[in-house]
Write a protein that binds this ligand. Structure first.
Ligand code: ASP
Length: 441
């Protein structure tokens, strides 16, 4: 039998109605054996996620607010869970768990412990509702002393534990430190848990169920009705998600990527949609679709350096980059000319140290001219089809210039998987639409 690991996000488990959809999806396919659950998310636009309520509770306790105020706030969390249980009509008493958590919160149990209870409690309910075993993430997902995820230990222990259960629910988002305390991944981290479980289960597929039918080819806030992406490679996705296309947590790709397990992004509210398949290597691409997607991000600056005969100066680049390293600034791109070097960095990273950086560069590499230019937007045109199709770069540039946009920077990686353009921030929408029209419509 195939094994699928299925992860359901917060909006998929926000209330009893969503729980019912989730159960229907799981029961429709017996290979959906291991379920990773998030905490209840938003039911409507201005609703508050349970995780955020738990963080708030933790803050209230730290601020020594009076117990009655905290109890009243905590009651809202209890109501979310009790409401789900009541509406599902299951016979499950979670009151003992809820008071245990309330008590633990008052006894210095830590911020991560507080946040993690959202998935813990939700997973208890889901396991009960589905009739699956419950495996506490605390006993199978491990972090090292320095806070990084301990892949080897986790994989060994988790794989053994999973073998003992035909069907199980595992809470997402957290694990434990060597001393037993709870630690969470960063926000949205249940995606990472799903990926870790898929690897340990040696799953055939990792289904990540959310509230959209996969990735779209472009940001729908800029482009009307962009078509969904059917298949995308891990590398293409990294390029696009780094640019801000967020459906899946960035770090969720790594565990399954090495194990060669595809991820399928699916929509709990439209289970008939095929969603997007994320694979390690796609065998082909649709010849009509040379590009897989296009995404952009504002807020970049260029450190522009000029020096005569720069190209003949051994170690020039290294010395410049060392200056950035000393300021703990990572760079995004490094397009260079013969006597010029441009370093693209996030504008925010320069905050409060512009003068110092300019001075250090001028002094240490004796540059003729150094300046910082702000207001750059980067647009990534991504597609595995670009390697084979001739003239893609020309089409991108023509489309953008025909729309009257000046291209400030170009960077095409030698992998030919992407072309990155830098344009003025206020030209972002125009440039993106022009590229999209050229390739998609
Ligand atoms: N509940 C956590 C969050 O809101 C983790 C997750 O949902 O993935 O960030």
């Amino acid at each position: 039998m195939l094994t699928k690991v299925v992860k359901f996000g917060g909006s998929s488990l926000a209330d009893a109605e969503q729980f019912q959809k989730v159960a229907e999806i799981i029961h429709a396919d017996p290979s959906r054996r291991y379920v990773v659950a998030s905490a209840p998310g938003k039911r409507f636009k201005d609703d508050i996620k349970v995780t955020d309520m738990l963080y708030r509770c933790y803050e209230m306790i730290r601020a020594h607010e009076d117990a009655a105020t905290i109890d009243a706030y905590y009651e809202n969390i209890c109501n979310r869970y009790n409401g789900i249980i009541a509406d599902l009509g299951i016979n499950f008493d979670i009151s003992g768990e809820l008071s245990y958590v309330r008590n633990a919160l008052s006894h210095a149990s830590g911020r991560d412990y507080a946040a993690s209870r959202g998935e813990y409690l939700n997973s208890l309910i889901l396991a009960k509702y589905l009739g699956f075993s419950f495996i506490d993430a605390e006993s199978v997902i491990f972090f090292r002393e320095n806070g990084t995820f301990d892949e080897e230990r986790t994989n060994a222990v988790l794989a053994e534990e999973l073998k003992k259960h035909e069907y199980a629910v595992i809470p997402g988002f957290y694990g434990s430190m060597p001393n037993g305390t709870i630690k969470t991944f960063s926000r949205g981290g249940s995606d990472i848990t799903g990926s870790i479980v898929a690897r340990a289960a040696d799953a055939d597929l990792y289904e990540n169920w959310t509230d959209v039918s996969g990735f779209l080819m472009a940001d729908p806030r800029v482009i009307d009705n962009p078509p969904p992406i059917e298949t995308i490679t891990y590398r293409e996705l990294r390029e696009l998600s780094y640019m801000g296309a967020t459906v899946l947590h960035d770090e969720a790709i790594f565990p399954v990527r090495y194990a060669n397990i595809p991820i399928n992004i699916r929509n709990t509210n439209a289970p008939e949609d095929a969603g997007t398949m994320i694979v390690s290597a796609a065998t082909g691409y649709d010849a009509k679709r040379i590009i897989t997607g296009v995404a952009g991000k504002k807020g970049f600056s260029v450190i522009h350096i000029e020096k005569d005969m720069m190209n003949a100066e051994v170690g020039f680049g290294r010395r410049v980059l060392e200056i950035l390293e000393d300021h703990e600034i990572s760079f995004e791109h490094l397009p260079s000319g013969i006597d010029t070097m441009s370093i693209v960095v996030a504008t925010q990273a320069l905050e409060g140290r512009r003068e110092r950086i300019i001075n250090s560069i001028s002094r240490l590499v004796r540059a003729d001219h150094v300046e910082i230019l702000d207001g750059l937007c980067l647009i990534a045109v991504v597609g595995r089809g670009m390697v084979k199709a001739k003239g893609t770069a020309a089409r991108v540039f023509n489309a953008v210039s025909a729309a009257g946009v000046n291209i400030r920077m170009i960077d095409q990686g030698s992998s030919e998987l992407n072309i990155i353009l830098g344009v003025d921030e206020d030209a972002y929408e125009t440039a993106l639409s022009a590229i999209f029209k050229e390739f998609v419509k």
